[in-house]
Design a protein around this ligand. Sequence first.
Ligand code: GLA
Length: 720
Amino acid sequence: MELITLNTKNTTYQIGADTNGFLLHLYYGPRAQGDMSQLLTYYFRGNNGVPYDHKGDGTYSADSLPQEFSCYGSGDYRNHALRLADSNGVCGADFRYKSHTVKEGKYSIPGLPSSYSEGGAKTAEIVLEDSRLQCELILRYGIFYDEDIITRSAELRNTGSKSIYINKMLSMSMDFLAGEFDLIHFWGRHFNEMNTEITPVGHELISIGSRRGVTGHQHSSFAILAEKGCTEDAGACYGASVVYSGNFVIEAEQDQYCQTRFQAGLADEMLSYKVAAGRSFFAPEVILAYSGEGLTHLSHLYHRFIRENICRGKYKKIRRPILVNNWEATYFDFTGEKLVEIAKEAAGLGIEMFVLDDGWFGNRGPDDRGLGDWTVNEEKMGGTLDSVVKRIKAEGLGFGIWFEPEMVNENSLLYKEHPDWAFVIPGKPPVLGRTQLVLDFSRKEVRDAVFEQMTAVIDSTDVDYLKIDMNRSICEAYSCGADYQNFGALCYDYMLGVYEFFERLTERYPDILIEGCSSGGARFDAGLMCFTPQIWTSDNSDAIERLNIQYGASFGFPVSVVGSHVSAVPNHQNGRITEMKTRAVVAMAGNFGYELDVTKLCAEDKNQIRGQIEDFKKNWDIIHNGKYYRGAEPHMGCDFVSWSFVSQDASESLLCAVTVNCRANSPVMYAKCRGLDKSAVYRCEEDGKEYSAAALMTVGYPLPVIPGEYHAFTYHFRKI
Ligand code: GLA
């Protein structure tokens, strides 16, 4: 057995190529020594597929041995990772190990975003070949030693003279010889993202993902395979985060022998990708992590990695401006004058950035028109954009502006001129989403035209911030491009186009901060985070529903990518009334901002906002760079939700809690701290008392009993 062992500080990942060149997954878990192939067993398994090399030896079967990248045709009848067809449509591959190398530096993937290293990472590359199909399968592993992260990606290289068709190609497939697992995943819908669901992994395929052309609200592209009984603080668990913003799957299943297969990558639905002779196809990256100490540690690995090795640009490290966005303040009903009024008031409160949302362009407002025409509506604005921006900037605020580049309304000049630029199948009435169609971003001329319009607007004034939105899923994967024939490739090619567009934007405007958005959180994934270090997490800005959304997001994503704003009450999405303080405490567990008409607030609210902004600035470092700990949750039987931030050296902690239920003569709610230095004593800034860290972590801090619900509390503890 040729062993390939990848070590990070605390984990080991081992692969073995056996004597016939079959690539086996041997181990992923705590740092270990030795040859894990000793754990393999060879028994007669009944009528299982036996490779020809083992003719007469019924004890060898790909159907029971753990596979590193299971392939259709190998005799493994489980859910495979790769299905190829030759130019006659004949499926069935037989990949054998050819070579492997380990190099300094982290691989990148042509056309696709991926993680990067500022030094220290290595790349392992395993080359397999199929002599009939005449192609190579190159499995790549990014080894991030200090980060305890392994990334995976794959390339299919056509080395022959005929085309090959990819009908399925995942990025990661792993088999576990033993163990009972749950899949922890995060489902949702528009206005209600990131609900946490725990599904036991049994003998049926659990498959979550998207067939929407975008990541979607329905399932997060991050999931956890957790050993049964795994808790926040104990137990083994594995994460998979797909670095892709289109159709994806994450799957888990137990096989006939109760072994578990865990997989992630591109969805195969609607995929049929022609790889011409001499060409390659690249599967997106998947970020893997293992924790033997429960879910909190796993989350911390992802928090750090997304923050440091996915997010880019100058805003990765520095505090982002506290903004006011006019969407929930005005929707489409604004003038340039009104925007300046909001900005003026905001400046007086300490807000640092004004973001002009939808409605400033073409004939936009209502939302059934105008997308595609990125020219300033000067009549509505009362002058040029620059004239309005100058007035906003004169108040001392930065300026941000909203675009939705991938979209077009039929009621637009762009559509009238180029109806063939949208995804519409000739002869089939298109499906609409918010009365809009998706532009065919697989085509360069389409991207170029939108880019040119957008940059003309951006260059016409002084822009500091972009909000890039995407408000519908793709239903008609049909390109009217003159020479386009590869319809099974379109969803993937669309994503390559979108990424190229973002790449151009970030290259041209390295100092502009970009916020991602897709009807809130429909593109909240590690792929987009390579370009946008923050994403509007949900169109639901109600503080109480946000608690659940932010809880779910926290498993795989750091606070630094979460966009979160204080909005008006009654809340526009669900009518709930919460205190200003509660809204702010919840929004501060993210990139803080306001999304309401600040000119309409009473003096008391304005005073609170001034204080909140000071608080956020003071606490930003611990919030952004500290460790985030989940705390109490209603599903644990608590009447409150809590979370905390702890500085990396555990010298301080910020404990936050919001009550979500009220009872007469209520039992006292104790909010537990986590991650403190157990043996130390901490002073609470708010009450001036000194507390044993052990007691704060085992009993908790007693929250005041106040009638009514939705009260928020924050306590700052410093080690003495
Ligand atoms: C989406 C976004 C909102 C807002 C609107 C504007 O729904 O998620 O924040 O920008 O579009 O149309």
